[in-house]
Design a protein around this ligand. Structure first.
Ligand code: HEC
Ligand code: HEC
Length: 437
């Protein structure tokens, strides 16, 4: 219960005095760190960090330790960092993640960088906060495999250094909420917004090569990427934070039948059940539908961030696309048709040099602290550039299937690079209306 009336306050103070706990500091808004990178606005930071979740240095240190500690798993083999590894941009480099006893889950590990800015967590948004999210993998049988919250608390409590540290940070015994709060605090230090692109958008037009600049124009023009992945000064993620069916799940499944079966068993609001269905069963492919039970959410997944995209492959919720060239092939042919395909998915008519430009642009979104890693992955992906299982040039170029209109590119000859795209402004290039079939 929250005591808010002024008269109640002295009573609270008395309680603290009697119990010997230190009185918590007054709730002031958390202050953004002085060294926020150019791509992360202080206003946004303030918006997403509630006073109660201020990442104090002690809490962050505890959270970082927990994030990296394999003892949070049932057999001491898996930590959060196993699947969110700094050497893979805080993802794991695998198509789908592997948890305890080598068990695979059904989904690809997203980066935790900038997860603090997500409007919801997971590919289907089934957790609303970092804290809610952190509680789930520890208990998921295929991820960290702990039987229940009490078992986690008992295990952590039995480690003397944790017992002392929890007491220092939270003034009380280890409990599951505080554990999640510490991890959340650490994750609130994993912001990332210092990419070459950020220098470009702040006016250094030489920060990008000609090819990368053409890629940015295509991103906002013919490629139509900005309809879902728009970036702007207060949303650094390049994501609309919404859910779309872009036809990835359609590679495999008979959705409609599956959705009917799922409706019978999904208990709305039961996060743990949905977590297990999402990570351990074929229902995974239903995506957002598992959370909302809305038909138009069938096969829809959250638009992911594109920051650090060069180092966080393989791509998509199921890790089915190996390189950014494969991603471009998927979009170029208008996705994979299915009854719930998003209306924004149309053939793009991109030529091979245009695809190269767009990929080059995507590689400029990696934080400069990962420059070496970025170069390594770019070289690896480029080496696979001629293996293109998703490519369908006839459809992309309108020689087969639905023609659709192509979107125009914005003019590259502007003084302010930001004017090329939607950065900080409204959509400048409206997608052409879809043709009726
Ligand atoms: C076995 C691998 C594995 C482990 C261990 C694991 N994760 Fe994840 N993580 C994933 C996968 C896979 C997803 C995506 C699942 C989904 O969306 O259904 C995910 C999603 C997330 C997300 C959501 C990101 C987004 O953009 O939506 C966050 C945050 C996260 N994990 C943090 C953690 C933390 C904190 C821990 C430790 C308590 C942890 N993870 C342990 C694999 C793992
Ligand atoms: C209709 C909305 C929409 C449009 C248009 C769109 N995307 Fe996406 N994008 C998504 C969604 C949703 C996903 C995740 C889909 C899934 O996993 O099933 C995604 C995934 C991606 C991924 C994989 C991210 C990861 O972490 O695995 C990349 C890269 C990407 N998009 C780039 C682009 C580019 C480049 C364009 C333009 C050519 C584009 N997108 C156009 C919505 C869109």
């Amino acid at each position: 219960m929250r005591l808010s009336s002024g008269a109640a306050l002295p009573l609270v103070a008395l309680l603290y005095a009697l119990t010997g706990y230190a009185e918590p500091p007054p709730r002031q808004p958390a202050q953004p760190p002085a060294d926020l990178p150019p791509g992360v606005s202080p206003a946004l930071w303030k918006l997403v960090v509630p006073a109660s979740a201020a990442p104090t240095p002690e809490k962050v240190a505890l959270g970082q330790k927990l994030f990296n500690d394999k003892r949070l798993s049932v057999d001491d083999t898996v930590s959060c960092a196993t699947c969110h590894d700094e050497n893979f941009g805080f993802s794991d480099g695998k198509p789908v993640s592997e948890g305890v006893k080598g068990q695979k889950v059904t989904r690809n590990s997203p980066t935790v960088l900038n997860a603090m800015f997500n409007a919801s967590q997971f590919w289907d948004g089934r957790a609303s906060t970092l804290e809610d999210q952190a509680k789930l993998p520890i208990l998921n049988p295929r991820e960290m495999g702990m039987p229940d919250e009490a078992a986690v608390v008992a295990k952590v409590k039995a480690i003397p250094e944790y017992q002392a540290e929890f007491r220092k940070v939270f003034n009380r015994d280890v409990n599951y909420d505080d554990l999640a709060a510490a991890i959340g605090a650490f994750e609130r230090t994993l912001y990332s917004g210092n990419a070459r692109f950020d220098r470009f958008i702040q006016g250094d037009s030489k920060a990008l090569t000609d090819s990368e600049r053409r890629g940015w124009a295509l991103f906002n023009g013919k490629g139509r990427c900005n309809t879902c992945h728009a970036g702007n000064a207060v949303n650094p993620l390049f994501s609309d934070q919404k859910f779309h069916n872009i036809g990835i799940a359609a590679h495999k499944q008979d959705f409609v039948k599956m959705a009917r079966e799922a409706l019978k068993i999904v208990r709305t609001g039961d996060e743990k059940q949905i977590d297990e269905l999402a990570l351990e069963t074929d229902f995974s492919e239903l995506g957002r539908f598992l959370v909302t039970k809305q038909e138009n959410d069938i096969g829809a997944f959250k638009t992911p961030t594109l920051r650090n995209i060069g180092i966080t492959g393989p791509y998509m919720h199921d890790g089915s696309l190996a390189t950014l060239w494969d991603v471009m092939d998927h979009y170029n042919k208008g996705g994979v048709s299915n009854p719930y395909l998003d209306g924004g998915m149309q053939r793009l008519g991109l030529t091979e040099p245009e695809i190269d430009d767009l990929v080059a642009f995507l590689y400029t979104l990696t934080d400069e602290r990962f420059t070496k890693l970025n170069q390594k992955f770019l070289t690896q992906q480029r080496a696979r550039k001629n293996q293109r299982p998703e490519r369908d040039t006839a459809v992309a170029m309108g020689k087969k299937g639905n023609l659709g209109d192509l979107a125009p590119n914005p003019d590259l000859n502007v003084k302010n690079p930001a004017e090329l795209g939607v950065y900080g402004t409204e959509l400048s290039v409206k997608p052409a209306p879809a043709k009726k079939p």
